[in-house]
Design a protein around this ligand. Structure first.
Ligand code: NAD
Ligand code: TDX
Length: 332
């Protein structure tokens, strides 16, 4: 088996590749992996093993169709993670989100189709559904994205649907909730707050902190992706939630406790424009069809994540240095 992973040097993609190379997915023991990644500020070659005979790393852009057409032949499957992923950045500069998330996804699907790749999983997000005050979205819920990031991901999902409907490409889409875990870029809520508190800096809580997110450990998310790759149906969408809903205030409270700080370390800053109030996924489909069960309890996952950032300052300090406009001005 040979798997092409786009965006495999980022947070979730690198977790997937490290687990695969450690033979953590029964269906892929011994499989070879090609990673194609542009190494934007969010990607880091060091998130992957330096030298593994089963890993080929290609520094490249998913917007480069010629490159993808050279790479895809000989691969049995493509798992497509590559994206611009940070909502706040999409509010300032949406063009790169449309270029990579929509155009890049179309290229990945086109290259897979032309090379006869048998299976594609497109990794998407709960944010394509918009915001929901009560209840949970099913895979049939309408797409009502609110940020340019979410809209670009929704565009990609519709292109994936079209490649299935028009060309019969064997592609499934996963829509997951907020991931957390090691190697997440320190621009995102949980690692931002951990790394700020480790440095004795105040943490910027948007608005009242009443917004609700559903938290999913990256290891559970990647296990779900693998289940979909193995057994998901062509043209279908699978929600992956995890069920741990928390307000941002509750997350902040937990992190303050872990880092031995109190609410004097919290700065209430201007709210995010168009800030979605709540995301919530109904994940019965992946549970019933594919037997998915999340395995990492939130309390343990969060404690391990705090420990990982405490133990790896060189990693997140390098990530901070590589990112433009980081830390955000209002944090300090
Ligand atoms: P990330 O920002 O950590 O990593 C993205 C990776 O894609 C980086 O390695 C980057 O270098 C690479 N990349 C960006 N543009 C590229 C391009 N044009 N060509 C090739 N590579 C490119 O993101 P992540 O958090 O690991 O997210 C992975 C996927 O999961 C994304 O598609 C994202 O939309 C989706 N997702 C993430 C979350 C979350 O909570 N992090 C939740 C739901 C869905
Ligand atoms: O400094 C902050 N202060 C704050 O209050 C940051 C960075 C965030 N927040 C709030 C905004 C959100 O309500 O915390 C919540 C989580 O924010 P992010 O970590 O930026 O995640 P979110 O916007 O929910 O999007 C994430 O989940 C869905 C990922 O970044 C997306 O890639 C994914 O699709």
């Amino acid at each position: 088996m040979r798997i092409l992973v786009t965006g495999g040097a980022g947070f979730i993609g690198s977790h997937y590749v490290r687990t695969l190379l450690a033979d953590g997915y029964p269906g892929l023991r011994g499989a070879r992996v090609t990673v194609v990644d542009k190494l934007t500020y969010a990607g880091n070659r060091e998130n992957l093993p330096a030298a593994d005979p089963r890993l080929d790393f290609v520094h490249g852009d998913v917007c480069d169709l010629d490159l993808l057409r050279q790479l895809t032949p000989g691969h049995d499957a493509v798992v497509h993670f590559a994206a611009e992923s940070h909502v706040d950045r999409s509010l300032e500069s949406a063009a790169e989100f449309v270029r990579t998330n929509v155009g890049g996804t179309q290229n990945v699907l086109e290259a897979a189709l032309r090379s006869g790749v048998e299976r594609v999983v497109h990794v998407s997000t709960d944010e394509v559904y918009g915001s929901i005050d009560r209840g949970s979205w099913t895979e049939e819920s309408p797409l009502l994205p609110n940020s340019p990031y979410a809209a670009s991901k929704a565009g990609a999902d519709l292109i994936a649907r079209a490649y299935f409907r028009t060309h019969g490409l064997n592609v499934s889409t996963t829509r997951c909730s907020n991931n957390y875990g090691p190697y997440q870029h320190p621009e995102k809520l949980i690692p931002l707050f951990i790394t700020h508190l480790l440095q004795g800096w105040p943490v910027p809580l948007y608005g009242e902190g009443a917004n609700i997110r559903e938290w999913l450990h990256v290891d559970d998310h990647c296990r779900a992706i693998q289940l979909v790759l193995d057994g998901g149906r062509a043209g279908e969408v699978y929600n992956v939630g995890g069920g741990d809903e928390r307000t941002n205030r509750q997350i902040t409270e937990r992190l303050l406790e872990h880092l031995g700080a109190d609410w004097s370390a919290v700065r209430h800053v201007a709210d995010r424009k168009g800030h979605d109030l709540r995301y919530s996924l109904d994940e019965r489909k992946i549970r019933e069809e594919l037997g998915y069960r999340p395995q990492v309890p939130f309390a343990r996952g969060l404690a391990d994540t705090v420990d990982w950032y405490r133990d790896n300052p060189a990693w997140w300090k390098a990530a901070e240095r590589n990112a433009a406009n980081f830390p955000p001005d209002r944090a300090n």
